[in-house]
Design a binder for this molecule. Structure first.
Ligand code: SAH
Ligand code: SF4
Length: 349
């Protein structure tokens, strides 16, 4: 049996041709899978019975298994999902004033080992497949009853942020295919401008995100290599000069010179001085960026503390005085451990 979720449009078409079907059958099937979100071949009523039979005998349509679903007092919803090999990841729906974003994972664990990140304390068990990446958004849509696909204007789950577990650009081939599935206008129809990919700094891959057309967020977290080296091991391979150049290339190549979100986790006495803010403003010269200041979320055994609210406000003010947007990210879903950097995977024993 072969799984259908995760095949790209081209792959599905090839697959149908290989079993002697016409290409338009692939289009109809695609719509059932990704526009209607249907999981039962018998309900695909515009497909001839013998064709449905053939599909049933040879293919499966699988959702990741939802192990738990928790909803926070602030409306944030988190799912722990399990894949066929027992690997588990978490994904989160974060409501904003204007609808909201589904935050999805790309790896089981993460190999980058950023010192402030709970996910980083676990090793990377494996990459997620295309179907497993796409499946997380499908689970969210199941949960919010958003099938068949609504238009951009009237859906709750309006955006996707690839900010869950794992470094997305270390699973780039699968991510690219997943993005193509999200974008397809006959299916889930989520436009590229509503998708943000966050990277810890794979400078070698960043420019390609401009060609794909999705938004970029960078986990910057430090104004110089000295500090960044200490908290983000990836900086040894891709130091700030390389990273900033990659960001420039991204903006040069992106159609409408899309601004970049620079994520900055506020760590007490590590990266939160006003000198750091000053240095930061110099570092991003020549780029169009907005900052996103993230209060550090502590976890058991974490070697850092969060900066004081006063200090975060001062840091933000200094950047704003230099005409940067520097909002402080509100923590969402803290009561259900859904906040940034707290996601973890539990593999079934
Ligand atoms: N791996 C990707 C995306 C996932 S993490 C990346 O690193 O960009 C989403 C954001 O949360 C990143 O900016 C990450 O650095 C930040 N983060 C990680 N641990 C955190 C913590 N304990 N508190 C606050 N933010 C954290
Ligand atoms: Fe991985 Fe991102 Fe956590 Fe770093 S911050 S360990 S890249 S998930």
């Amino acid at each position: 049996m072969k799984e259908l979720i995760g095949l790209t449009r081209e792959e599905l078409t090839q697959e149908m041709l290989s079993i002697g079907q016409k290409a338009f059958r692939a289009k109809q099937l695609w719509q059932w899978l990704y526009f209607f979100g249907e999981t039962d071949f018998d309900k695909m009523t515009n497909l001839a019975k013998p064709f449905r039979q053939l599909l049933k005998q040879n293919y499966t349509i699988t959702r990741p298994k939802v192990i738990t679903e928790q909803t926070s007092t602030d409306g944030t919803r988190k799912w722990l999902v399990e894949f066929s090999d027992g690997a588990r990841v978490e994904c989160v729906y974060i409501p904003e004033s204007d609808r909201g974003a589904v935050c999805i994972s790309t790896q089981v664990g993460c190999a980058q080992g950023c010192k402030f990140c709970h996910t980083g304390t676990q090793k990377c068990q494996r990459n997620l497949t295309v179907g497993e990446i796409v499946g997380q958004v499908m689970v969210a849509r199941d949960s919010y009853n958003e099938w068949p696909t609504k238009t951009d204007e009237n859906r709750m789950l309006s955006n996707i942020v690839v900010m869950g577990m794992g470094e997305p650009l270390c699973n780039f081939e699968n991510l690219k295919k997943a993005l193509a599935i999200f974008n397809d206008g006959d299916g889930m129809a989520i436009s590229k401008r509503k998708i943000t990919v966050s990277t810890a700094g794979r400078a070698d891959k960043i420019p390609e995100l401009a060609d794909i057309g999705v938004k970029l967020a960078v986990s910057l977290h430090a104004p110089n290599d000295k500090i960044r080296d200490k908290i983000m091991p990836i900086n040894h391979k891709f130091p700030l000069e390389k990273l900033i150049n990659a960001c420039k290339e991204y903006q040069k190549r992106s159609e409408r010179r899309m601004f970049i979100t620079m994520e900055y986790v506020m760590l007490k006495d590590v990266n939160d001085s006003l000198e750091c803010a000053e240095e930061l403003s110099q570092l991003v010269k020549g780029l169009e960026v907005k900052f996103n200041l993230i209060p550090f979320h502590p976890w058991p055994g974490a070697p850092f503390e969060c900066s004081s609210t006063n200090q975060i406000n001062r840091f933000s003010k200094l950047l704003e005085n230099k005409y940067f947007a520097a909002p402080i990210r509100r923590s969402r879903g803290k009561d259900i451990m859904a906040a940034c950097g707290l996601l973890k995977s539990a593999t079934k024993k």
